[in-house]
Design a protein around this ligand. Structure first.
Ligand SMILES: Cc1cc2nc3c(=O)[nH]c(=O)nc-3n(C[C@H](O)[C@H](O)[C@H](O)COP(=O)(O)OP(=O)(O)OC[C@H]3O[C@@H](n4cnc5c(N)ncnc54)[C@H](O)[C@@H]3O)c2cc1C
Length: 388
């Protein structure tokens, strides 16, 4: 899917400009919009200008066609200040765009991906249901044929960009089918009759992200909005899985790096009993764990991105390794960062309390870490076929 492979100098320029944007434009606002549970829509739109919003989307659909290694570095750098911006920037290339770019018609790519990449619209992906999260194939939302299209009935839960999306890539099974068979993918316009949105408020983390229930109460969808063939919906959903895991891993890494940055700064400023707290070996141990975690996660993410650049369509094992490790590193790093900051770690004066709240969520989304733990062992034990 990607075409423009950056050399190391070009990648350094890209990262420098993302760093500049994040520090000058995002950093002064992030604490406020996190507290207010407000999506920074203008900041997200601003990332369309330099081509970041459609970073890995092919150029014929308005994207930058960037290689995946550069994409991951870009997401990490933005997420060092705000991983919600990292998420929004990744969406056209992954969660909402990936399945359409792989299985959609030319008309769907032009109609739906282009405005997304230009920052004119936002979109969401509705996979999870109240009764089935990890077990995607157990979905109970149904679709049935009527003249000119389908009627969808059911509900999705925990859907991101809920209140801002102009459309949702969502999934329903043909009545009477079970398992993966019979699942169909659709683009459903947000203003369709029968579509309802119920946002959740006061979440532990990811607070600027509008998330909630997508209710589909006999929603008509024209046949032209089915993505892929009938029964191909599960494959459409899975087309975005490894990109989603790459993005989550890069965002978690950005948060872990930010926890390390904040800890180093505080440990060299704060004096307790006559010396900087960074001089205490137990604090040094935490810093060392963060450095080791961040650098190892960065390598696993680069390996995964390189697999995608090499044309491996579904590098499942490396996606599990990168996602699980980076999110565990983020949780450990944020926990240590709060501890190093002492009482100030739980105040609003420093960003580490936000890192701590957000880090937990990374261990749950894009496959809970128990699932990845099991999968990684199953690859090692030969119970699953190795890809990479
Ligand atoms: C902030 C946020 C944003 C989200 N955005 C979206 C979105 O845009 N679109 C979307 O479709 N979904 C979204 N989700 C949903 C997310 O993908 C699901 O939460 C996730 O798939 C897990 O599903 P679940 O919460 O139903 O957990 P369940 O599947 O019910 O699992 C609960 C727990 O059971 C254990 N468990 C589950 N499976 C296994 C296993 N195989 N082995 C061992 N233990 C296991 C784990 O401890 C797991 O955490 C979002 C979630 C959050 C929190």
């Amino acid at each position: 899917m990607s075409t423009a492979v950056l050399d190391s100098r070009e990648r350094a320029v890209l990262i420098e400009s993302a760093r500049d944007f994040a520090r000058k434009e995002v950093a002064p606002q992030v604490g406020t919009y996190d507290r207010e549970e407000r999506l920074p829509a203008d900041l997200i739109r601003a990332t369309a200008g330099p081509g970041w919003l459609g970073a890995a989307v092919p150029e014929q659909y308005g994207g930058s066609g960037l290689d995946w290694v550069s994409f991951a570095s870009l997401i990490e750098e933005l997420s060092r200040v705000c991983h919600i911006i990292g998420l929004a920037v990744s969406m056209p290339s992954g969660l909402v765009g990936g399945g359409i770019l792989r299985y959609g018609s030319e008309a769907q790519k032009q109609t739906y991906i282009r405005p997304l990449v230009a920052g004119e619209t936002f979109a969401g992906a509705g996979v999870t249901e109240p009764g089935s999260g990890t077990a995607v194939a157990d979905m109970t939302t149904t679709c049935r044929h009527i003249d000119g299209g389908y009627v969808i009935r059911g509900a999705k839960a925990w859907i991101s960009m809920l209140e801002h999306a102009a459309w949702f890539l969502t999934f329903a099974r043909l009545e009477g089918t079970t398992g993966r068979q019979g699942v169909c993918a659709f683009v459903v316009e947000a203003d369709s009759d029968g579509l309802g949105r119920v946002p959740y408020k006061n979440k532990l983390g990811f607070r600027p992200l509008s998330t909630g229930d997508l209710v589909l109460d006999d929603v008509f969808v024209p046949a032209a909005n089915r993505v892929g063939e009938e029964g191909q919906g599960y494959a459409v959903a899975m087309a975005a899985v490894e990109t989603g895991r790459l993005s989550v891993a890069a965002r978690a890494l950005g948060l872990a790096q930010a926890s390390l940055d904040a800890s180093v700064k505080y440990a060299t400023e704060r004096t307790v009993m006559g010396q900087q707290i960074g001089r205490y070996q137990l604090v040094q141990g935490k810093i060392t764990e963060m450095v080791t975690g961040v650098e190892s996660a960065r390598h696993l993410i680069a390996d995964l991105a390189a697999d995608k650049d090499a044309g491996i369509e579904r590098p499942r094992r490396r996606a599990s390794l990168a996602k699980m490790h980076a999110s565990n590193v983020a949780m450990a790093a944020a926990t240590s960062a709060v501890q190093i900051h002492g009482a100030y770690g739980i105040s609003e004066d420093y960003p580490v309390a936000r890192y701590f709240r957000d880090a937990k969520v990374f261990q749950i989304v894009e496959g809970n870490n128990e699932l990845h733990t099991a999968m990684i062992a199953e690859y090692a034990l030969g119970y699953r076929e190795q890809d990479r």
